[in-house]
Design a protein around this ligand. Structure first.
Ligand SMILES: [Zn+2]
Length: 198
């Protein structure tokens, strides 16, 4: 069962073969969608086309026009290109899922980066350090005190460490020492007072 609009669109598109595609705008002009929904006509036609495809009509697209498949090859080619776009979208989505450690991260040019053997690029949780490797740089990410590294050695390490995570551990130890040295009065004084006999 098709809706009234789906039926109208199908009648138009099915008359347009690959050598004579029709744009979404032209379709909406022909069915009179344009006047009622001036700003949404493109989106509307897209969703009607999508619904028709779901119902099993071989509507393909080329450039910015739609056409009705006339041969198996036309349909197969279009399905392949459609699938490739979906695969790229899935890859992008998977990449986004891995991008949490890069939230709020600052990036510098590669020349600058290569000068420093180890450098903190993100504060907070997760904290991110870039460690210069022999071939390429690796990210050491500290999430809730848990260290991880992007290198191969870390991935296969049963002890969840590699030379990069250990370098960052040392750097963090030095960092804490430096912070304590910068604020020397806080802890020693408190202890001195409480430990003093009356
Ligand atoms: Zn590593």
């Amino acid at each position: 069962m098709l809706t009234h609009l789906q039926n109208k669109v199908l009648l138009i598109v099915s008359k347009h073969l690959k050598d004579k595609p029709i744009t979404g705008k032209e379709i909406s002009e022909q069915i009179g969608l344009m006047d009622r929904q001036k700003f949404k006509e493109g989106a509307d036609i897209r969703s009607i086309i999508s619904a028709l495809r779901i119902k099993g009509y071989p509507i393909c697209a080329i450039g910015n026009g739609y056409f009705y498949a006339d041969t198996y090859t036309e349909l197969t080619r279009y399905i392949d290109s459609f699938q490739a776009r979906i695969d790229a979208q899935i890859q992008a989505c998977d990449g986004l899922k891995k991008s949490y450690p890069n939230i709020g991260r600052e990036f510098v040019s590669e020349e600058q980066e290569s000068d420093e053997p180890i450098r903190k690029v993100r504060r907070g949780n997760p904290e991110v350090w870039v460690v210069k490797g022999s071939k390429k740089n690796h990210d050491v990410v500290i999430t809730n005190m848990f260290y991880s590294c992007t290198c191969e050695a870390f991935r296969f390490s049963s002890k969840h460490k590699c030379k990069h995570t250990e370098k960052v551990r040392i750097a963090k130890r030095d960092e804490i020492k430096a912070e304590q040295a910068a604020a020397p009065s806080l802890f020693p004084l408190t202890f001195k007072h409480t430990n003093q006999p009356n």
